[in-house]
Ligand binder design. Structure first.
Ligand SMILES: [Mg+2]
Length: 275
C-alpha cells in the first residue's frame, strides 16, 4: 500500500469549466496505467544507438536531445509514428533505415522484457493493481460515471496489449464509450479520429469533451476541438509530485489544469464542474 497522505494541489492554468461535459476521453499509459512506466528510458537509448551507429560526429548528448524532442512531441500518437520519425532521422543522416515496423518490434521486445514481471505480478496478485495505477484513478472514473459522463479510453499502444492491460487493472467496465488502441493499419485509428467520430455522431460538441492525458497529442487534440484538458504530469512510479518537465510541455500545448495524480479529485471537480 502506498501512503496517500501527500495530496498535491491542482494547478489551475485557465480555469476552463467542464460543467457541460458529456464525454470524458482518457489516455491510458501514464494517465491511468503505470504498467509501461519507464518506456521512454527504453525507447530513447534504442534510438540514440541507431543514430550513433551512423557516426555523424554528433555527440550522444546531442543525439539524445534530438530523439527526446521528437519522441515527446509524438507521445500520445500510435507508437509507429515515433519509429517513422526515427527512420526519417536515419535517412537524414545518410543511413538506410529499415521499415519503421522493424524498429517498433525491436522497441516492444525490449519493453516487454522490462514489464513482463509487472504483468505477471498483476496476474498472480490482483491486489497489486494499486501499484500500477496513477493514484486515485478508480475513484476518478467512478465519479465521472456518476456524473453521467460517457467514458472513452484511447491509447497509442497496440490495442491487443492495452486492452489486456486495462482488463488486468480492472478499468475496462468504466469505459461505456469503448476502449480503443493502435491497430496494425495505423491510419485507420487515431485519437483525433475518435474525437471526430464522437462529434460527427452528435454525441456531443467539441466543447463538451473533457480530456485527461499525459501526452502532448491528446491534450492538443482535445484543445483543437474546444474541449477542456487535464494534463497529468506525474513523477512516475510514485506519482505524488508534479514532474516539472512534463508539466511545462503539457502547459505549452494548452492544458487547462495540471495534476500529478487524482488524489485531489474534490478540488479538481470543484474547479471543473463549478457552474
Ligand atoms: Mg500516455
Amino acid at each position: 500500500m502506498r501512503a496517500y497522505e501527500i495530496t498535491a494541489p491542482v494547478e489551475v492554468l485557465t480555469g476552463a469549466s467542464a460543467a457541460r461535459a458529456k464525454v470524458a476521453l482518457f489516455d491510458f499509459d501514464g494517465t491511468l496505467s503505470l504498467i509501461r512506466a519507464g518506456w521512454i528510458d527504453v525507447m530513447v537509448p534504442m534510438m540514440v544507438e541507431a543514430l550513433a551507429n551512423l557516426h555523424t560526429g554528433e555527440s550522444e548528448a546531442e543525439l539524445t536531445a534530438v530523439v527526446r524532442d521528437f519522441v515527446d512531441r509524438l507521445t500520445g500518437k500510435q507508437t509507429v509514428y515515433q519509429m517513422i520519425e526515427l527512420s526519417r532521422q536515419i535517412a537524414l543522416r545518410g543511413g538506410a533505415p529499415h521499415d519503421p515496423i522493424v524498429y517498433k518490434k525491436r522497441y516492444l521486445d525490449l519493453l516487454h522484457a522490462r514489464i513482463s514481471n509487472r504483468l505477471e505480478e498483476l496476474r498472480q496478485n490482483p491486489s497489486s493493481v494499486e501499484k500500477y495505477m496513477v493514484p486515485g484513478s478508480l475513484e476518478l472514473l467512478e465519479a465521472l460515471r456518476l456524473r453521467g459522463l460517457t467514458l472513452y479510453l484511447a491509447s497509442g499502444t497496440d490495442q491487443d496489449y492495452m486492452r489486456a492491460e486495462a482488463d488486468l487493472l480492472g478499468v475496462t467496465p468504466f469505459f461505456n464509450g469503448g476502449v480503443f488502441g493502435a491497430l496494425d493499419d495505423y491510419k485507420s485509428f487515431s485519437k483525433k479520429m475518435l474525437i471526430e467520430r464522437i462529434i460527427a455522431g452528435a454525441e456531443c460538441s467539441g466543447s463538451e469533451i473533457l480530456g485527461f492525458g499525459d501526452g502532448y497529442v491528446e491534450i492538443e487534440n482535445v484543445k483543437a476541438v474546444g474541449g477542456v484538458a487535464v494534463g497529468v504530469a506525474s513523477d512516475e512510479l510514485e506519482c505524488l509530485k508534479v514532474d516539472v518537465w512534463k508539466r511545462d510541455r503539457l502547459a505549452s500545448v494548452g492544458a487547462d489544469y495540471i495534476v500529478p495524480n487524482y488524489l485531489s479529485r474534490a478540488a479538481l471537480f470543484e474547479r471543473l464542474f463549478a457552474l
